[in-house]
Write a protein that binds this ligand. Structure first.
Ligand code: UDP
Ligand code: MG
Length: 156
């Protein structure tokens, strides 16, 4: 089944900290993918090194915002995930919304939960090819292989 890499960025993690044990924003983001019918195959909270963040965003290294983007990603722990399902790359990007939250439609994660392009709470792979690269980078240990008993009620 098609897979994608999704990451709740440091602002998304910090803003979910409403008390010592309840992370509202992280839970809300996970539940949007889960309710759609995608399968969570990998999940971990991790603080990444600068060199790792630079590798993840290597395609953007020539952009003027690259240095700030790397600072942003290493500014705190992120929640890294692998989601699977039919068209999960393209549909996942729709659930996430446009890069700049000012342009993200209401109902999308960025449209509902973010204000600034440099604090847009979430990442999702932009193609099947980058998904497989990003999953290999972030989950070299592998992911869980499973399917829900409800599968035939969600997929034709
Ligand atoms: N970004 C930024 N300024 C820009 C464009 C992008 O700070 O002008 C950041 C933003 O956090 C974005 C990330 O760089 O999510 C990666 O950019 P990309 O174009 O890949 O957008 P995405 O795939 O995340 O929608
Ligand atoms: Mg991108």
């Amino acid at each position: 089944m098609e897979q994608t890499f999704v990451m709740i960025k440091p602002d998304g993690v910090q803003r979910g900290l409403v008390d010592l044990c309840l992370r509202v924003l992280v839970g809300e983001i996970i539940s949007r993918f889960e309710k759609k019918g995608f399968y969570l195959k990998g999940l971990k909270m991790v603080s990444v090194e600068r060199s790792f963040a630079e590798k993840h965003y290597a395609d953007l290294s020539a952009k003027p915002f690259f240095a700030g983007l790397v600072e942003y990603i290493i500014s705190g722990p992120v929640v890294a995930m692998v989601w699977a399902g039919k068209n999960v790359v393209v549909t996942g990007r729709k659930i996430i919304g446009a890069t700049n939250p000012a342009d993200s439609a209401p109902g999308t994660i960025r449209g509902d939960l973010a204000i600034e392009i440099g604090r847009n709470v979430i990442h999702g792979s932009d193609s099947i090819e980058s998904a497989s690269k990003e999953i290999a980078l972030w989950f070299s240990e592998g992911v869980a292989e499973w399917q829900s008993n409800l599968h035939p009620w969600i997929y034709e």
